[in-house]
Design a binder for this molecule. Structure first.
Ligand code: NOJ
Length: 518
């Protein structure tokens, strides 16, 4: 595993909405470069940038038309190379978004693949052998695209109808048009994707977040062949770019980390109980105290057991696919949620604007395939100037409407307020970065959190010591017996601090405390 992941704290940038530098209403790479000092000041030392490649933007760029070209609206390849070097100068790594499961229907590979005459790209996508034959009930295929090609056949879809599925073969082929995962044509798709990775790694990128990593080999119910495929990618990275980070959107660390990814996310979908912490009507981090974390803890412990501590389980504050954390939790509740996020193992991910308290903007018309996700993708609010400093375009030209409330938060105000969420997150990151037991690879043991209504008490153990993290979002206090520890120092506390004396742990209401213990 690349050493830098030990202490990485990521910041996710949705490039459309971060900083516009040329007044076209859309964020761009020079805009991101301008804001690198802000990210450094927050304390993050790694970036994940959502797809910034040429695209018709039917799915916000997750429909790539040219993997090796920056979308003109974001700038040029030179701008991206400059972003790598400017970030590196500040000690910040940059990972890009790799979309290996599908392309845009406008990708030249797909244009060739639609032709009647056989060519190099005939099997680059998954096609049936007749237009009248669709693809139904095949795992990881979402219907088919038909009637737009000279070729006789329907093409498998990976997501939206504009996203034909690249062909990595089938685990259990049942039809003559289904290739096995080791067919030369399926292997050629793999090599084409490695070629894309090599291209950006050679230019200075530090790794990839891999979109829908679980979806590549079709009809692969236990994902065995997909796991084998990624193990092959990992071998290639280890041999050629051992410092490159490899992060999956899988939502199943037991599989993803076995597949060779260094990191996998817990997602708003899937079995992890992640939403129950932050995003249900009664989330655990609400002071109402009606939410629960015990099912999350059970899932997390089991995932750690299965993965044997190899690889990182990453918990994001949010992302471009789920509602903003501010929809369900107020500022004080979010401070406690961030104390949790920044004291858990794995690399934490902060979604742009969450540090400032960007709200979920409700009832927006969908932009670029965002639908209900659009409200979590609104332009960053930097200051109190027009368009909150995001762009000098006229407001109706903005990529997505901004939060129009007069009291909308902005980064400038948050940064100068010593009691803001921003300042609290800054403090928490500094503490994490100074204390190895709080970092990615140090062990964790939950001492409390297994029962409904429990607050969270967990022990982080590293090579340099132990930290007891005590997290209680509820508006009621707890006292419990906790033998075996001596407190050496209080590393962090919010407004009130938990105390441990004479084997009695007092946990105040609405508190987060990190105690260095022996
Ligand atoms: C997951 C991405 O995060 C999401 O935004 C996208 O729409 C789908 N994959 C399809 O690529």
């Amino acid at each position: 595993m690349p050493k830098w992941l030990d202490n990485a704290v990521f910041y996710e940038i949705y490039p459309q909405s971060f900083q516009d530098s040329n007044a076209d209403g859309i964020g761009d790479l020079p805009g991101i470069i301008r804001r690198l000092d802000y990210i450094k000041d927050l304390g993050c030392n790694a970036l994940w940038i959502n797809p910034c490649f040429d695209s018709p933007f039917n799915d916000a760029g997750y429909d790539v038309a040219d993997y090796k070209k920056v979308a003109p609206r974001y700038g040029t390849n030179e701008d991206l190379i400059l972003l790598f070097s400017q970030a590196h100068k500040r000690g910040i790594k940059v990972i890009l978004d790799l979309v290996p499961g599908h392309t845009s229907a406008q990708h030249p590979w797909f244009v060739e693949s639609m032709k009647c005459e056989k060519n190099e790209y005939t099997h680059r996508y998954i096609w049936t052998d007749s237009i009248w034959k669709g693809i139904e009930n095949v795992s990881s295929v979402l219907g088919s695209l038909r009637g737009i090609s000279d070729r006789d056949g329907s093409c498998a879809l990976n997501f939206f109808t504009s996203q034909p599925a690249l062909n990595y073969g089938f685990a259990n082929p049942t039809e003559s048009w289904q290739l096995p995962a080791d067919a030369p044509e399926a292997l050629a798709t793999r090599e084409a994707m490695k070629d894309v990775m090599r291209f950006w790694l050679a230019l200075g990128c530090d790794g990839f977040r891999v979109d829908m990593a679980f979806s590549l080999v079709k009809n692969d119910p236990d994902e065995k062949e997909t796991i084998a495929l990624w193990q092959d990618f990992r071998k290639f990275l280890d041999a050629e770019y051992p410092e490159a980070a490899f992060l999956s959107e899988w939502g199943a660390p037991d599989k993803a980390l076995r597949a060779g990814f260094h990191m996998d996310f817990l997602l708003h979908v899937g079995p992890s109980h992640y939403p129950e912490l932050f995003r249900t009507k009664t989330p655990f981090f609400s002071r109402k105290g009606t939410g629960n974390a015990h099912e999350f803890v059970a899932y997390y412990e089991e995932a750690r057991r299965i993965t044997g501590g190899k690889g990182l389980i990453c918990i994001p504050s949010g992302n471009h696919d789920m509602c903003r954390i501010a929809r369900h939790l107020d500022t004080e509740e979010r401070k406690i949620a961030f104390a949790f996020l920044l004291s858990m193992p794995g690399a934490p991910f902060i979604y742009y604007g969450d540090e400032v308290g960007l709200r979920h903007v409700e009832n927006l018309i969908s932009v670029e395939g965002g639908y209900d996700r659009t409200g979590a993708r609104t332009p960053m609010q930097w200051d109190s100037s027009p368009n909150a400093g995001f762009s000098s375009a006229s407001p109706e030209k903005l990529y997505i409407c901004q939060d129009s409330s007069p009291d909308r938060p902005n980064a400038e105000r948050e940064r100068t307020n010593t009691e803001s969420l921003f300042t609290e997150i800054q403090r928490l990151i500094t503490i994490r970065q100074k204390n190895e037991p709080l970092q990615s690879n140090a062990d964790i043991k939950f001492l409390l959190g297994h029962k409904k209504g429990d607050p969270l008490v967990y022990l982080r153990s590293g090579v340099s010591g132990k930290v007891l993290c005590v997290i209680n979002p509820a508006a009621k206090s707890f006292t419990l017996q906790l033998p075996g520890f001596t407190v050496k120092d209080t590393l962090y506390s919010g407004i009130v601090s938990a105390t441990l004396a004479k084997e009695s742990l007092f946990i105040p209401a609405e508190s987060a405390t990190f105690l260095m213990v022996d």
